[in-house]
Design a protein around this ligand. Structure first.
Ligand SMILES: C[S@@+](CC[C@H](N)C(=O)[O-])C[C@H]1O[C@@H](n2cnc3c(N)ncnc32)[C@H](O)[C@@H]1O
Length: 217
């Protein structure tokens, strides 16, 4: 399980006092927990509601997600998308495409989602003609700095970037004995903190989620 930064009790209370998990998302969450390896990676109820809320506030036309997994966050991120909008989502793993397709169909989103299979590093170069209003970075941690720089290039004016796992199970708090992945995240957090052209906030929701916008003045 991903270690939740807030206490279990706070997390359960927050879930109980947030809108209920959307029916299709709930079914996908249960299916993933019971059948798919690495289920700790799924965004889940509270973070899913948060992603939906951001999407509904931004009302994006084009959304980009790095790291699809079973497509849970894809559905949440699409919830506020404009009627003629599209979400592009990238993952290296094609083996669970049937799961994604089944649940995207149930959510009536199949025509609005474009799945790219491949390394995000490569795919990002193929989609450079887009400007995205909302970007969710949730793939391999070693490339987070590159993903951010590329995302800033692909971001529409007034766009928002969300970055997952920025507290990395609390390992980032440690000065020594961090795992390799936690070190990547700590380096990323340091990198953005020193970046003067963005405004950002790290929220201790689930495993830590950072919101980033380009500074306008
Ligand atoms: C944390 S999961 C994504 C969870 C999903 N966004 C959600 O909230 O439900 C990370 C995903 O990134 C994918 N991934 C790992 N390395 C990748 C890479 N280099 N390029 C694209 N996807 C990658 C993994 O296969 C995995 O499905």
């Amino acid at each position: 399980m991903v270690q939740i930064i807030t206490s279990e009790v706070a997390n359960s209370y927050a879930e109980a006092h947030s809108s209920p998990e959307n029916t299709v998302l709930k079914e996908l969450n249960i299916f993933t927990q019971e059948n798919i390896r690495g289920a700790h990676m799924i965004s889940g109820h509270l973070q899913g509601n948060f992603l939906s809320m951001i999407s509904q506030m931004c009302q994006p036309k084009f959304v980009l997600e790095l790291g699809t997994y079973t497509g849970y966050a894809t559905i949440a991120l699409a919830s506020g998308m404009q009627d003629d909008g599209k979400i592009i989502t990238i993952d290296t793993d094609a083996s669970i495409q049937n799961v994604r397709d089944t649940f995207w169909e149930k959510a009536s989103l199949k025509d609005k989602i474009e799945q790219h299979i491949g390394k995000a590093l490569d795919v990002l170069n193929d989609i450079s003609n887009y400007k995205f209003d909302l970007i969710f970075i949730d793939a391999d941690k070693s490339n987070y700095i590159y993903y951010l720089d590329k995302s800033l290039e692909l971001l529409a004016p007034n766009g928002t970037i969300l970055v997952d796992n920025t507290l990395f199970h609390g390992e980032v708090f440690e000065e020594t004995n961090r795992s390799k992945a936690a070190n990547h995240i700590h380096n990323f957090n340091t990198y953005i903190t020193n970046k003067v052209d963005i405004f950002h906030v790290l929220l201790p929701i689930r495993d830590g989620i950072t919101l980033i916008r380009k500074k306008t003045k």
